[in-house]
Design a protein around this ligand. Structure first.
Ligand SMILES: NC(=O)c1ccc[n+]([C@@H]2O[C@H](COP(=O)([O-])OP(=O)(O)OC[C@H]3O[C@@H](n4cnc5c(N)ncnc54)[C@H](OP(=O)(O)O)[C@@H]3O)[C@@H](O)[C@H]2O)c1
Ligand SMILES: [Zn+2]
Length: 385
């Protein structure tokens, strides 16, 4: 069963707000952007919103353009995309325009919510009860089974946040409006929590442009299940790197780090650890890379596992490890522990890597193992140790 392609679409202020706290909906984008959103809707099989947005904004979620509707009809599609809402409690108003205007309507809810929703909505919508809770994967599976190939998600904050955090979003279309809301309690697009790619995980920019006075950027999140996420094999190799770190000659002035380079087919290409073979300054990633011939073709598909985030700056060699990794043509790094400020404050090896297009996955549950040989160099409590 194939899930639909999931496009998150939102407009935010310069301070990242989806709305202000006033009773009326804050208009963020202008007519040109609304027209593009209309085109996105027309290109979608279904449009989804959370019940919070229904209650706050009472949107209709239609395709406004008669030409686009005619084109859909000519292509044998319904005039309007399927309209999908999500509610846990089922506390919905059947008089909301969402339920009374064009398009087929579907509500995903809990077993409990379904009872209230059926009473409130009557025959205005199909009601799908997904058990004691609404699981997004199950919802997407069900939409896929209904033939939905492309799903446009129009908010609000809680819906966008969950889909992104769960790695279920394929794309984010973000319109940034040139205004500042300036209210502490205004709803933010993305809430707190863990996002794919780690706390500073970077999305890929697919394109950007000016639409009227808003700037629209399309991003591809790095989602679990795709290249960014750590797999069981990743954890195995990263654990190996952490074990290598234990073999480093002790030092008061440098971290003990282990690194393993593994080819796309799972074959180990090289390994290394800090200060190995009598070199007092060699770093783990550097030592591992040095064991491979220059231009080794398998590096392009390889992953570097390093117990510590590759260094971004170092005095002992001309190039830090993050740069060596980029220059070697490696496209993926998996690490357990971000470099603390002990020796190089503000070092951002992950930023250097990501800025060069290298996908970085973090496995924080192995941070304890990565910190262990370095306990004397970091404040107590670092890495959960
Ligand atoms: N600027 C924009 O592009 C844009 C777009 C849309 C919305 N907004 C703004 O966003 C705000 C609304 O955001 P929001 O976070 O309050 O609302 P929301 O994300 O639209 O809806 C949240 C509600 O959806 C239901 N829901 C979400 N996840 C669920 C799950 N896993 N299981 C069961 N039910 C689930 C729940 O409904 P029940 O409470 O019924 O259980 C929950 O309260 C409004 O201020 C609106 O203006 C802005
Ligand atoms: Zn290094």
């Amino acid at each position: 069963m194939s899930r639909p392609y999931v496009l998150l679409s939102a407009a935010v202020s310069l301070d990242g707000c989806l709305d202000d706290t006033g009773p009326r909906r804050l208009l963020l984008s202008g007519p040109e952007d609304f027209d593009q959103v209309d085109a996105e809707r027309a290109a979608s099989d279904a449009i989804l919103v959370g019940a919070g947005t229904l209650r706050a904004d009472r949107p209709r979620l239609l395709v406004g353009s008669a030409r686009r509707r005619a084109e859909r009809a000519a292509a044998g599609r319904p005039e309007f995309p399927l309209k999908v809402a999500v509610s846990g409690g089922g506390d919905l108003d059947g008089a909301d325009p969402f339920w009374t205007t064009g398009g087929e309507r579907l509500l995903y809810t809990t077993d409990e919510g379904a009872r209230l929703a059926r009473a409130r909505l009557g025959g205005a919508a199909g009601v799908v009860a997904l058990g004691p809770a609404v699981a997004w994967a199950a919802l997407l599976d069900d939409l896929g089974a209904r033939g939905v190939r492309r799903l446009m998600v129009e908010g609000g904050a809680r819906v966008h946040t969950q889909l992104l955090q769960l790695g279920l979003a394929d794309e984010l279309r973000l319109a940034v409006a040139p205004l500042v809301v300036g209210e502490a309690d205004a709803p933010r697009l993305f809430g707190p929590g863990a996002y794919p790619g780690g706390p500073r995980g970077r999305m890929r920019v697919l394109g950007t442009g000016r639409v009227g006075d808003v700037i629209v950027t399309r991003y591809a999140p790095t989602a679990p299940g795709t290249d960014a996420a750590a797999t069981a094999a990743d954890r195995h190799w990263l654990r190996t790197a952490c074990e290598l770190a234990e073999r480093c000659p002790p030092s008061e002035t440098a971290f003990s780090v282990g690194a393993v380079i593994v080819a796309a087919d799972g074959a180990e290409l090289a390994r290394g650890h800090s200060r190995e073979a009598g070199d007092p300054v060699v770093h783990a990633e550097e030592a591992a890379l040095a064991k491979l011939p220059a231009g080794e073709p398998r590096l392009a598909g390889a992953t570097v596992y390093s117990s510590l985030e590759p260094c971004a700056r170092r005095a002992s060699r001309p190039k830090p490890c993050a740069r060596l990794i980029v220059d070697a043509g490696v496209r993926r790094v998996v690490t357990a522990w971000r470099e603390p400020d002990t020796f190089v404050p503000g070092a951002d090896g992950i930023g250097v890597l990501a800025g060069a297009g290298v996908v970085v996955a973090e496995v924080p549950e192995l941070a304890v193992a990565a910190v262990r040989p370095n306990r004397h160099l970091v404040p107590a409590g670092t890495g959960g140790a």
